[in-house]
Structures are given as C-alpha cells and as structure tokens.
Design a protein around this ligand. Sequence first.
Ligand code: BES
Ligand code: ZN
Length: 573
Amino acid sequence: TMAPVSDPSSFSSLSKCATKHLNLIYHVDFDRQVLKGKVALTVEVLEDKFASLTLDSKDLKIFKVSANGQAVQFALGTKHKFKGSPLEITLPFELSRGQHVIVEIEYETSPSATALQWLTPKQTAGKKHPYLFSQCQAIHCRTMVPCQDTPSVKHTYYAQVSVPRELVALMSALRDGQEPDPSDSNRVIYRFRQPVPMPAYLIAIVVGALESREIGPRSRVWSEKEYVDEAAFEFSETETMLKTAESLAGPYVWGQYDLLVLPPSFPYGGMENPCLTFVTPTVLAGDRSLAGVIAHEISHSWTGNLVTNRTWEHFWLNEGHTVYIERMIARCMESEQLRQFEGIGGWKELQESVKEFGPNNVLTNLVTNLHEVDTDEAFSSVPYEKGFALLYHLEELMGGPEVFMGFVKSYIQLFAYGSVTTEEWKNYLFTYFKDKVDILNKVDWNGWMHTPGMPPVKPQYDTTMADVCTALCQRWVKAKEEDLASFTEADVKKLNSPQLIEFVALLLQEEPLPLSHVKKMQEVYQLNSVKNTEVRFRWLRICVRAHWEEAVPLALKMATEQGRMKFTRPLFR
Ligand code: BES
Ligand code: ZN
C-alpha cells in the first residue's frame, strides 16, 4: 500500500492516472533549435469516471492532442515561474479504474527549453557540427516532453530520432538500430528502447559528431573524436567498478553501461542517465584520479534509478545512499582508509554548505519542504553529505560496513522499480534491524532529518590519510615570513591526488593567506600548472582571496572555459 502521492514540483494528476509507457518521435531541427515531434503516452487509469487528466509542460507549443486516436480538447494553464504550465486534457468519454488510454500529443519545444543546450559548431571541440544535449533532473523534462514529470511515476520508453546524417543521436536507453529517414535523404533515424520502468527525469538525449570506443564487455565511451582516447584511458576501470557495485548491491539491470563525455558547458560533474552516464570533460585529469565520479554515477543504477525518491523533498534518499555505495566501492577497490578519508572530506563539504546557506536555513534540512521552492535553488551538498553522515552514523550503531551494506542491499531489493519516501525508508530500517530497535530509538531523528544546520552527532573517522593534509595546511597557516624558506617541493610530493585536493580544500576553509605565502606556495608547489580541476579551482580561489591579481585572469579563464556549476559559480562569487 502506497501513501497518498503529492509532489509539490508537479502539476500532473497523480492519484487519477499513471503513465506506463512513452513513445517518442523527434525531428531535431538545429536551424531553429527546436525538437519537433509527437509523444504517445500509455496511461493507466486509477479511478472510476475518469474523464480528464493534467500533464506537466513548460515552454511547449502544443499543436494537437488525441486520445485513443480521437482529437480531444486541451488547454494550457497559467505559467508558473519554474513549474511551467499544466496541460489540461479533457476526454470525450469516461474510463474506469484499470483501463488504459493512449494520449498522443503533437508539439514542439522552445529554443530556450531549460532541459536543452543547443551548441553552435564554434562551441564544440571539432568546430564543424552543431551539438545538442539535455539535462532533465530535476524538473526540466517537461520542457522536452509533456508528461507526468514526477519521480513518483515510472514508465518504459521507445524513441525514434531524426537527425542530420553526419551526426549521431544517443539516448538514456538501449540502441535499437538506425535507418535512412524516408522523408529526407540527408537525415538518419536512430531508434532506442528503454525496457526498464524509470522516472521522466532520466530521459536524456544527445546529438553530435560522436565517436565511441569499447572500454568493457558492456561499456563504450562516447564523445567528439578529440576526447575519445583520453576518455577511454581515464575510464578504463569502469567494468571493475560495475562488478564491485554488483557484488555490493545486486545485479545491474540496465544491460549496457556507456559513458558520454560532454562539451565543457555541461553543468554537472556527472548525470546517471540510464544506460548512458553523462560526464563533464573536467574529470579528464589524465591520471584517472577523478574517476570517483563514475563510481558515483554507477551507484545510481541502484539508488536513484532502480529505487527512486518519491518526490524531490526526499532527494537525500537518492544522493545519500549513492554516496554511501560510491564510498563502499572505494573501500573494496582501494582501502577502508580511503573511505574514511572521503568521509572526512564529505563532512567538510557539509560544513561549507551549511555556512553558505546559513545554519538556520531550512534548505539545510535533510528532508526539505519544496512548496513554491525551485529544486535548482535548493540543490547543495546537504542531501549528499548529511545523508552520507546519517548512513555512516547508523553503520557505526548497527555493527559496521558489512552489516549496514546488508541493509542497503535489502532495501534496494524490496523497493526496486518503485519510488520511496523517507518514512518508508525509516520503517524498513526498523524492520530490518528489529533486534536493535532500542539503539535506533535513541537516534535523534528529528535533529538529523528536520532540523537545519550540522547534524546532532559527528561520526568518528580514521584520520590516517587526512593527518598529512591537516599538518601541511596548519604549517602554512601558522608560518611567519621567516618560516617560508622551510617549504619545499617535497611537502606535496608525498601526497597522493585525493590528499592534494584535501590540502587545498583545507586551506580554503582558513582565513585568507598573506600574499607572500601564496606566492611562495606557487614557487615551491607549482600549483598554477596543475591540470586536475578539483585542485585547480580551489587553488585559484585561494589566490584570489589573497588578492593576488595575477590569478584573476586564470580564475576567469577557468570560470568561462567550462560550465560545471560546482566550479564556475564559486569562482565567479
Ligand atoms: N544526479 C546528480 C546530478 C544532479 C542532481 C543533477 C540534481 C540535477 C539535479 C549526479 O549523480 C551527481 O550527484 N553529480 C555530482 C558528482 C558526484 C561525484 C557527487 C556532481 O555533478 O557534482
Ligand atoms: Zn548523484
């Protein structure tokens, strides 16, 4: 039995009907920067006397709506600033509970659709062909498809996409062949099928001059040809990560696991689109040191894509569990000490977010209230790191990583193919650990879940890997002018890549360093020439905070050469 569903970010009817399948036909028009097409939704009726339904839409031009082949009346409601316009459809007949109806909509997207980035040839690596990519999470799918744009509804999909013949189309689905477009000899139609039910926010499309290389038995890496070799090297551990994740969480149900390296304007580090994870080129460090992003997106194949947050108010269920599994993968592939080190880094990220929002801001609650709140404005490290901290705290209480991962795996099995709320998660936690409810009852649930600021308990982490970072950071913070000569290249030579990132992250948490210190640090560590973007963006902020004017053009260059929000926004700030 499911709790009554309501989603503050969606206009669509949730108790009346549920979309089961979506059949999409797109004509990709690069000249007008629009997708023109048709979608047929197979909708299951959930109530008697069903005669109307509401879908989500935003900036769509609707030409025609029909139901079971018959043209029907429709109207677009008043536009809400981030939710878009409800698409109200009235049927000329009544249906009862259990019946199905096929709702077909002919429409066109807007050039300013918030899910879509249309790049001119100049904005690509190859400079010859245009490029299109989507980013639907959390509530942008409605600018691409009129649909029930809520994670509480799951459906399969089939799609046919017509593109200029020199380009390749991919979607978050299995490739199902291609054929010349019968209506235009300069175009090709690509077909896709997604046989696993998934929420609308996981629909994704990319069109560009793409090439690919095989990197594993179920994996290829896709990108413009300029990046493929670099990407194939960087992500060569993908199959090992998939196998490790399967050993922890159960079978991988999505068939293929491909990666797409996007142009630099992609706004996120990674996006877990089923069958085809999207990643920013800023993870191409040249030494696989940022491949943790892939472990994270792989983990979403279980937490997020298979078990999904019922609404965006429960987003921590997606990201907290995913970070937990990502760090379990680090534990299996590397060491428990690395996992502990990442836990410390995560706690520090949480402190940063709480500082940024203010400790009394309700957006720092683990479970948020999104009535009239734009999900993009609420986004932060809080659901990731407060979520992880809670799961790690429970792991400590319940008997360690193996025991707690047993719970996570069982939770995945139970809720697979469904959508869950925090309450359902918590009820299952108490059921699974029925012999330990005394301990669970002592947890300050209200403090963890519904109170702003840092969590009520700080978990304990092993500091073996972190100690060198803290020590070196403190040496710089405490150094007087006359001490600067004691710093040498050797200080950082003994740090591995995650430790170097942690060192600059720690410095950034301190008061700004004197200019003399920062100049000396450049002289001995040569951080201006570090390619690793996680090091570079923190280092450049350290320099700007020290008022080193020579760093400003470098910071501006990094802020504008790529568009990953994690880097670009703090650099501009
Ligand atoms: N699903 C998220 C990205 C996302 C969240 C997009 C909410 C839109 C709305 C993805 O899995 C993610 O968390 N990406 C992280 C990388 C990760 C290693 C923490 C990112 O982009 O920084
Ligand atoms: Zn994630």
